[in-house]
Design a protein around this ligand. Structure first.
Ligand code: ADE
Length: 253
C-alpha cells in the first residue's frame, strides 16, 4: 500500500517513520510512505504557497496552484481527476484532506482504508486550503478529533498509523482481533511480570490456568471500563446477551 503525503513540512514525518511499525512495514515492502513537498510546486521566486483570504479575515490560505500541481504529480490522482466527481468506485487513489471540519476518523474507516492500494493525504496549514482544490480533487474530508491542530501533519500520522497496522501481514491477526473497538468494547487491563509490584498484585484469576474464568473476567473488565469511559458505545448498538447481563450486574451493584 502506498501513502502519498502532501505537506509543507515533510521532515516532520521522518522521526515517526524511523520509530514506528511503518518503518518496519516499509522495509518488508508491505507499505510505502512517499512525501511530496508542496513548496516544490510553487513557481514564483519566493516559492509562495499561501495568501490572504478573499472576503477578509485572519489567517492565510494555501494557494490552489501549488496544491493542484503537487496532486497532479501523483499518477493515481491524474487517473481519478480525469473521471469526475469522486463519489463511488472510480479508479485512482482516494484523496483525503485532513481538516477539523471533516468526518470523524474511526476504526471502521481505517479498516476500509486498509483495503485501498494507494491513498493521498493532503495536510493543510493556517486557515486551510482553497475550496476549489477540495471541489476538484478531494474525495474525503477527515477530522481526527474535535480540536484544532496547527496543521494536518499530526492528523495524517494518525491516519497512517491506524491503517498500516491493519494492512495484511503487518501485525498478527490475533492482536487485531482482541483489541479495543473491535467488538465494540474497550480493551481489558493487561499485566506482565512481576506478579507483585510496589504492593500491588496481579489479579489472582490471571495467575491460574483457567481459561474460561480468564475470558469471563476479561469480558467483565471490558464492559466495566466501557461503561466508565465510553458509555455511548454501549447505548448505540444491540448488545450480545452476555454483555447485557454483565451490564445489568454492574448497574445494580
Ligand atoms: N487539521 C487541524 N486540525 C485537525 C483535526 N482535528 N483533524 C484533522 N486535521 C486537522
Amino acid at each position: 500500500m502506498i501513502f502519498y503525503i502532501l505537506t509543507l513540512f515533510p521532515e516532520v514525518f521522518e522521526g515517526y517513520r524511523r520509530a514506528s511499525i511503518l518503518g518496519r512495514a516499509e522495509e518488508q515492502g508491505q507499505v510505502s510512505m512517499r512525501l511530496v513537498n508542496i513548496r516544490d510546486f510553487a513557481r514564483d521566486r519566493h516559492r509562495t504557497c499561501d495568501d490572504y483570504t478573499y472576503g477578509g479575515g485572519a489567517g492565510m490560505v494555501l494557494k490552489p496552484a501549488p496544491l493542484a500541481e503537487a496532486l497532479r504529480s501523483i499518477p493515481a490522482v491524474r487517473e481519478r481527476a480525469g473521471r469526475g466527481s469522486g463519489e463511488g468506485q472510480e479508479p485512482g487513489a482516494r484523496v483525503v484532506y485532513l481538516t477539523p471540519s471533516g468526518r470523524p476518523w474511526s476504526q471502521a474507516l481505517a479498516e476500509q482504508a486498509a483495503r485501498e492500494s494507494e491513498i493521498v493525504l493532503l495536510c493543510g496549514r493556517y486557515e486551510g486550503i482553497d475550496q476549489r482544490i477540495v471541489d476538484a480533487f478531494v474525495t474525503d474530508e477527515i477530522s481526527v478529533g474535535d480540536y484544532v491542530l496547527a496543521g494536518g501533519e499530526v492528523a495524517a500520522m494518525v491516519l497512517v498509523d491506524t491503517v498500516v497496522r491493519l494492512v495484511e501481514g503487518v501485525i498478527k491477526a490475533q492482536s487485531l482481533a482482541e483489541e479495543s473497538f473491535r467488538q465494540g468494547l474497550l480493551e481489558y487491563p493487561q499485566y506482565t511480570r512481576p506478579a507483585q509490584f510496589e504492593g500491588r498484585r496481579v489479579p489472582e484469576v490471571l495467575l491460574g490456568g483457567d481459561h474460561a474464568r480468564i475470558e469471563r473476567w476479561r469480558l467483565e473488565q471490558s464492559v466495566a471500563k466501557t461503561l466508565r469511559n465510553r458509555p455511548e458505545l454501549l447505548r448505540s448498538r444491540e448488545l450480545p446477551s452476555e454483555v447485557a447481563a454483565i451490564m445489568k450486574e454492574l448497574e445494580h451493584g
